[in-house]
Design a protein around this ligand. Sequence first.
Ligand SMILES: Nc1ncnc2c1ncn2[C@@H]1O[C@H](COP(=O)(O)OP(=O)(O)OP(=O)(O)O)[C@@H](O)[C@H]1O
Ligand SMILES: O=C(O)C1=C[C@@H](O)[C@@H](O)[C@H](O)C1
Ligand SMILES: [Mg+2]
Length: 172
Amino acid sequence: MLKPSRIFLVGPMGAGKTTIGRQLAQSLGLEFDDTDQEIQKRTGVDIPTIFEYEGEEGFRRREMKAIAEMVEQDNLVLATGGGAVTQPENRRLLAARGYVIYLSCSPEQQYERTYKDKNRPLLDTDDPLQRLKELNQERDPQYREISDLVVSTEGRSAQAVVKEVVRHFENT
Ligand SMILES: Nc1ncnc2c1ncn2[C@@H]1O[C@H](COP(=O)(O)OP(=O)(O)OP(=O)(O)O)[C@@H](O)[C@H]1O
Ligand SMILES: O=C(O)C1=C[C@@H](O)[C@@H](O)[C@H](O)C1
Ligand SMILES: [Mg+2]
């Protein structure tokens, strides 16, 4: 298939949306943006601070507003936050406005990639691995519902995943 003019990356925390998204955009000659980064830029504070003052509900409101605007930009690879798909309106917009790639991986792999990083408030619990498992159960069907392509990042370098996606657009 022809290279889409808008690619939206969905998937759980630590799947590699931000890391792979940046490299994929460069390989395809597209711009890169990230909803989590945009929300932090707009508020001037980090994500844990938004959760602290406004709760998850306040963060989701900001995320919905950012997504509604960002999905309209052309020539873009957009990395979304891991929980963006929990909102039906976000799922509708992402599916309607661009080509959605689900970057998947196991909770164990997510844990390995995120346990040192304190920037994810939903993992600030006694048992983050269990939390990742619960979130995955709930969200995996939501990621699948809107995805055009599912790519596993389990045990693979970001570079290898980027190569696979680029080849997909060259060969189909
Ligand atoms: N394929 C990969 N192989 C090894 N490490 C990776 C890979 N992809 C990402 N990482 C590392 O895992 C961590 C999390 O990756 P990243 O921030 O890209 O995930 P994300 O999907 O954007 O998560 P979030 O939903 O929380 O924003 C980073 O430290 C990154 O360097
Ligand atoms: O999985 C989630 O709900 C989240 C993932 C991150 O990308 C951030 O959007 C935030 O930490 C919430
Ligand atoms: Mg990210």
